[in-house]
Ligand binder design. Structure first.
Ligand code: NAP
Length: 283
């Protein structure tokens, strides 16, 4: 059986087309003013700079604008907190993205949590996480929320399924597990101290690999007919899962590239458009 390809590239392009229409409508209702995402880059890490540029380009493609905040690598927590507070007060700015990771002298958690809940379109605040976990209205962390959108678009059933998430980072594994739980999957979270990882992975109807190590999850640990979500992306276009042998064996998988990757930025801009729609004064 050939695996169904969960095509994040196509879904994100289709969504961009829809978002273009929504942004045009927003501009019309708001005196020509588009939704605006503020991006904050601290330091000059080339990978982070590339991610920020990709996010700004995605804004442009759908008619949104961005405010590019660039701060020196030796910035302090206090300086970054002040900048975020300014953006919180700026009514022209609808969403705030603080590019992760920040330099080590900065308290990243404090800075994430400074972002106003209404502008937390990347889903990084503790409050947003807690609300999401409680099934209350909140913007989900962009990568796991993008994965949920992909699963939904392809009508992958989750209720009653055994889901295994490998990784428990605050922006990926942990929110992923709670989103799957809220979708009524039975969820196991694995991490670096987990024992018997291959045996646990073998039980997965739905597997999410979010480990940060190239092809760490071996194909022979994965059951036939599983749904395999690979969040990883490494040089050479490989993910966290050894995908190649799975194409003829599992029921569905996200390719690398073109699976989870495009969904992250797409979810960020989707949530920023939603924030701008909510900010519009009701007529
Ligand atoms: P991270 O912060 O480094 O977290 C990695 C997680 O994997 C940790 O929870 C860690 O466990 C766990 N882990 C490490 N070694 C393990 C092992 N031997 N067995 C089981 N678990 C192990 O990484 P992340 O930010 O979550 O990212 C994960 C992957 O997703 C990376 O490949 C990254 O490039 C990718 N990613 C993609 C996007 C996208 O837009 N597509 C966005 C973000 C991340 P401990 O907690 O015990 O240390």
């Amino acid at each position: 059986m050939a695996a169904q390809i969960l095509d994040g590239k196509k879904l994100s392009q289709d969504t961009e087309n829809e978002l273009g229409v929504r942004v045009a409508a927003l501009k019309q209702k708001n005196h020509g003013n588009p939704p605006i995402l503020a991006t904050i880059l601290v330091g000059a890490d080339p990978a982070s700079a590339t991610y920020v540029r990709m996010k700004q380009n995605a804004c442009k493609r759908i008619g949104m604008e961005s405010i590019a905040v660039e701060m020196p690598a030796d910035s302090t927590t206090k300086e970054l907190l002040r900048k975020i507070s300014e953006l919180n007060k700026n009514t022209n700015c609808h969403g705030i993205l603080l590019q992760h990771p920040v330099p080590p002298q900065i308290d990243e958690r404090a800075c994430f949590d400074q972002i106003a809940l209404t502008k937390d379109v990347d889903g990084v605040t503790c409050q947003g996480f807690g609300r999401m976990a409680m099934n209350e209205d909140a913007y989900g962390s962009a990568t796991p929320q993008g994965i949920m959108r992909l699963l939904e678009a392809y009508k992958i059933p989750l209720a009653g399924k055994r889901a295994v998430v490998v990784g428990r980072s605050p922006i990926l594994g942990k929110p992923m597990a709670l989103m799957l739980l809220n979708a009524n999957a039975t969820v196991t979270i694995c991490h670096s101290k987990t024992k018997n990882l291959p045996e646990i992975i073998e039980t997965a109807d739905v597997l999410v690999g979010a480990v940060g190590r190239p092809e760490f999850i071996r194909s022979n640990w994965i059951a036939d007919n599983a749904v395999v979500i690979d969040a990883g992306f490494h040089p050479g276009g490989i993910g966290d899962v050894e995908l190649e042998p799975l194409f003829g064996r599992v029921s569905a998988l996200t390719p690398v590239p073109g699976g989870v990757g495009p969904m992250t930025i797409n979810t960020l801009i989707l949530q920023c458009v939603e924030a701008a729609e909510k900010a519009l004064p009701s007529s």
